[in-house]
Unconditional design. Structure first.
Lengths: 383, 590
């Protein structure tokens, strides 16, 4: 019998490589990991991309023409030309009120009987009435400001045409930087990618350690000289690669299908994604290690990854407007930093003053989650 | 203690954190494992075998006690230990989505076996396990026996000094078990120390040295021979019984001179109290033709004797069951009928034209290696699976026509006691009686009666999952019997159960049969098959033999083997079928 055993080292590249090769083969042969890495991001991104939008494109607004005078008709024609609203006309107020109650229109503009006369008078008393559905305050605000804007523009244009001078007290000329057309998709999609990657990262690894426990292979593995580091790395590296593929799919969809501009560098994207995945994969591994059960781990990963990432990352709800306590909690949500970085990289580019501090937090978070997993990883079956 | 011992354990005690104060997984265990022989670690489920194996493999830290494995402390020197000890856990620890070769390469890398050395080792291991032809096959696609061999091969990489095998025989048919045994024996002869954990006492009997455990304690350690010698003369077989052998057994178990008894085909085997070589005359009363023959003791006899004997043969349960009265029009010769029963999965035929009839009041056994189709056949007979062709009937009702009516006629007890673990005993009984349509007063009475007759009253509020094994089994049987069915179907009812609890189970079954209940059972305990009146042997989807156990045994008897056991019959008949198939294939080719 040969007793010439090689010395026991804490870490062996050969063992790590063997475990990674094993893990990769399992990924390629088991469709579930590939489904999570390839199909799931596409689905989630499309749901986020087309399902969530904070823009109100083309509001339906009713116009009640109580006046059929020349100026009233001109105003109505100008309003109808706006790209932001669809106009529906009616002659009586009662008719339109019914449509508002039924939700067929979001608001009503009433052009009163004396409109033309008042405008002709030039006294500045001409007025329109705007009614909006206050049950949806956001939409009601849109209706109000659109109507106001339309009326203001029309008055200005009219004054211009008559060569008369028209004075507005202050001229506000807003310009939106980085996202000049203020398309909400341009900041929602990069943020959504962060949420999607949180789910994918956690879900991918949540299954892998638990699977070994369930199938009884962990016991056999622990009876070999593998070290904790080898075990953890072999459970992270292949899935890191897989998650990068998922990330690439997300970014390509965002840029080429959803037409979100990307202004940062690929290198910075890779760096921040890698640091972020440290937390996402770490969270999944931790759950898998602690529960030793695939179903529980996956359930846990979905909740622990998705909910904080969606609600506390600042993507949908402004962190600044949260209560102080909840703001403190968001500091522990890695998606918060990644959302910020992604929005910056997409809309503004590599801005070190924003990106670097967030990267540092991501690094801390990755150390925290992976460290916790390492601490919970046992070389024995007990304690 | 022996200086050359591979394992030295003294006063080892282990308690899991979730265990209560008075419970211990291991209680003051002493064990010495010597190289060059197979040391058996035997006992029923829950005896502490796996815990002890894991402690030896360095995977658990025992609460207290001394332990030294290949000269090392298994906790502090775990890394060095893992290189010198091969441990095969239950389920073999294989990656089912890797091929045979990929599994071997993985374990070679993990144990640091170099390229040169590896080539020679693989060659030798593949020869040894006869897996050369399958190196490219996924481990998950191997048969149970081949998985077990591959598991062994993976464990042997790096040539360990100590081999720990945790229940390698579970889920594997007797033929593969015999193969594996021979392989491990040759390893031991080559100087390796081997620990073989098993719940099968017939397997333990073959070991050179034995540690017999029960409830965390070692109840015997030494050569199995010593135990058998101790029992010499106390084991008898009563042959040529004129009356009903089940009545005879019940009567005999009631006698204080009898410690244990089982049915063996037409005969009854009894173990007598210490110091006796004949039962007291009352036992043979009314059986003038019966002959008493002294037989060779088995380890199981010693086990039952060590734990204080088996049950007394009386079933309170059966007392409460009414006599089965067949409705008119049901043929008592065929209360269960399978006719040309066939089931295919894709191009694989799991059950191939199986035909049999079961008489009223008969115990009918379905036996076969794993994957042979006995479970598929069984499931079709319970109406859980629809046959591709052919008919399955119970009490004259075809499952195809009226499945729910047919199901109402049978009580079903699944493998591993399918109880609701987090419902109390009482709640389980109420639930199962409810789904069989019992309501109100009748239901409450039945539940009370079942708890009473199975002695479950003191556990009524205990969750089923926390019951001791024997009580779980009782509860499971009670649930299957709530609606007083004329037929009961038992799917591996006693797997993982200790011999005493198993005896108790058969006492109930035998008593039920006396009431006219018909029983269909699958089992992998060969000796248990002998309780059956008739057995159908299923192999490769076909019924290759059917008949009373004695007749099947007689079929394989030869000059070398005048008195075959049922296991011999099982293996002999399967091998005969394999040979016939080979001949047929050759003829076809020619």
């Amino acid at each position: 019998m040969s007793l010439a055993h090689p010395p026991v080292a804490g870490f062996s590249w050969r063992r790590l490589r063997a475990l990674c090769v094993k893990e990769t083969r399992q990924i390629l042969r088991d469709p579930s990991s590939l489904l999570i890495a390839v199909i799931l991001p596409v689905m989630l991104l499309f749901i986020f991309g087309f399902g969530i939008s904070l823009d109100t494109n083309r509001l339906r607004i009713g116009v009640v023409m109580e006046d059929h005078g020349v100026e009233a008709v001109r105003f109505a024609a100008a309003a109808a030309g706006s790209p932001y609203i669809d106009l529906v006309f009616a002659n009586s107020y009662d008719e339109m009120e019914d449509s508002l109650v039924r939700g067929k229109v979001r608001g009503i503009i009433v052009i009163p009987q004396d409109f033309t006369a008042k405008v002709m008078e030039g006294s500045g008393d001409a007025a329109i009435q705007v009614l909006a559905d206050g049950a949806e305050p956001n939409t009601a605000n849109f209706v109000g400001s659109y109507a106001q804007g339309l009326f203001g523009n029309w008055l200005a244009a009219r004054a211009d045409a008559y060569g008369a001078e028209f004075h507005e007290p202050i001229a506000v000329e807003p310009r939106y930087w980085f996202n000049p057309t203020t398309v909400s998709r341009n900041y929602l999609i990069p943020g959504s990618i962060s949420v999607v990657m949180t789910i994918i990262g956690a879900l991918l690894t949540s299954l892998v350690v638990a699977r070994e426990w369930e199938r009884g292979t962990m016991e056999a593995l622990l009876a070999t000289p593998i070290s904790r580091t080898e075990l953890l790395l072999s459970k992270s590296l292949p899935y890191y690669g897989l998650a990068l593929i998922a990330m690439a799919i997300c970014v390509l969809i965002a840029i080429f299908i959803m037409n979100v501009p990307f202004r940062g560098s690929v290198l910075m994207l890779l760096l921040s994604t890698s640091l972020f995945l440290g937390s996402a994969l770490g969270l999944g591994l931790l759950l898998s290690t602690v529960t030793r059960n695939q179903f529980n781990a996956a359930q846990g990963a979905l909740n622990a990854a998705f909910l904080p990432a969606a609600l506390l990352s600042g993507l949908i709800f402004e962190i600044a407007s949260m209560p102080a306590f909840v703001q403190a909690v968001t500091l522990f949500v890695p998606a918060r930093y990644f959302v910020k970085i992604m929005q910056t990289l997409f809309q503004a580019g590599d801005i070190p003053s924003i990106v670097v501090p967030n990267l540092l937090f991501l690094l801390l978070s990755a150390i925290f989650w992976l460290g916790l997993t390492a601490w919970k990883t046992r070389r024995r079956l007990d304690g | 203690m022996d200086a050359s011992a591979a394992v030295r354990i003294k006063g080892l005690t282990h308690r899991y954190p979730e265990q209560k104060r008075d419970e211990q997984a291991l209680a003051d265990v002493d064990l010495t494992v010597r190289p060059g022989i197979i040391t058996g670690l035997a006992g029923p489920d829950g005896a502490g075998k796996t815990t002890l194996m894991r402690v030896m493999a360095g995977l658990l830290k025992a609460t207290k006690g001394e332990i030294e494995v290949v000269g090392l402390d298994p906790v502090r020197q775990a890394d060095a230990l893992h290189l010198r000890v091969g441990y095969m856990p239950q389920k073999f620890g294989l990656y089912e989505d890797l091929t045979v070769m990929e599994n071997l390469v993985l374990y070679a890398d993990l144990r640091g076996v170099g390229a040169e050395e590896r080539k020679a080792q693989f060659e030798r291991l593949l020869d040894f396990t006869d897996l050369h032809r399958f190196t490219k096959r996924l481990a998950g696609k191997l048969s149970g026996g081949m998985k077990q061999k591959l598991g062994l091969a993976c464990t042997l990489i790096g040539t360990p000094e100590l081999l720990l095998l945790d229940e390698p025989g579970v889920g594997v048919d007797p033929i593969s078990r015999r193969d594996l045994w021979r392989m491990v024996q040759s390893l031991a002869q080559g100087g390796m120390a081997v620990v073989w954990a098993t719940a099968y006492l017939d397997e333990a009997e073959l070991c050179d040295d034995l540690c017999l455990m029960n409830e965390g304690r070692v109840i015997f350690s030494g050569a199995p021979r010593e135990q058998k010698e101790r029992m010499q003369g106390r084991c008898i077989q009563v042959r040529d019984i004129a009356g009903n052998r089940r009545h005879f057994l019940r009567h005999a178990l009631g006698s204080p001179s009898v410690v244990d008894g089982v049915i063996q085909g037409e005969s009854v085997r009894l173990v007598l109290k210490e110091g006796l070589s004949e039962p007291d005359p009352g036992v043979l009363e009314g059986e003038p033709t019966a002959r008493v023959v002294t037989v060779e003791p088995r380890l199981e006899d010693a086990f039952i004797d060590l734990v204080g004997g088996g049950p007394d043969g009386h079933s309170v349960l059966a007392d409460t069951m009414p006599l089965v009265d067949l409705p008119s029009g049901v043929d008592p010769q065929a209360v269960i009928r399978a006719h040309e029963l066939t089931r295919t999965f894709g191009d694989f035929t799991a059950t191939d034209h199986v035909t049999f009839d079961v008489k009223k009041g008969e115990i009918f056994g379905l036996l076969g290696p794993n994957g042979a189709g006995k479970s598929t056949t069984f499931r079709m007979m319970c109406g859980l699976l629809t046959p591709t062709s052919g008919d399955a009937e119970v009490m004259g009702i075809d499952f195809k026509r009226s499945a729910s009516e047919a199901r109402q006629k049978l009580g079903y007890m699944a493998q591993k006691f399918s109880l609701y673990g987090n419902l109390s005993v009482e709640r389980n009984l109420i639930f199962f009686s409810g789904i069989y349509g019992l309501k109100g007063r009748a239901q409450a009475d039945k539940v009370a009666q079942m708890m009473d007759s199975f002695d479950l009253t003191r556990y009524r509020r205990t969750n089923a999952g926390e019951l001791p094994l024997g009580f779980k089994q009782r509860l499971s049987l009670a649930c299957a019997l709530m609606h007083e069915p004329p037929l009961i179907f038992l799917d591996e009812p006693t797997s993982g159960v200790d011999p005493v609890t198993r005896r108790e189970f058969w006492v109930h079954i035998n008593a039920l049969v006396d009431k006219g209940v018909t029983v269909m059972v699958t089992t992998h305990f060969m000796d248990e098959a002998e309780y059956c009146d008739r057995i159908a042997l299923i192999y490769r989807g076909r019924m290759i033999a059917a008949g009373p156990p004695d007749q099947l045994k007689k079929a394989v008897a030869s000059e070398d083997l005048p008195d075959p056991t049922f296991e011999d019959a099982f293996i002999g008949l399967i091998q005969r079928d394999d040979q016939a198939r080979e001949v047929a294939e050759k003829d076809k080719a020619a």
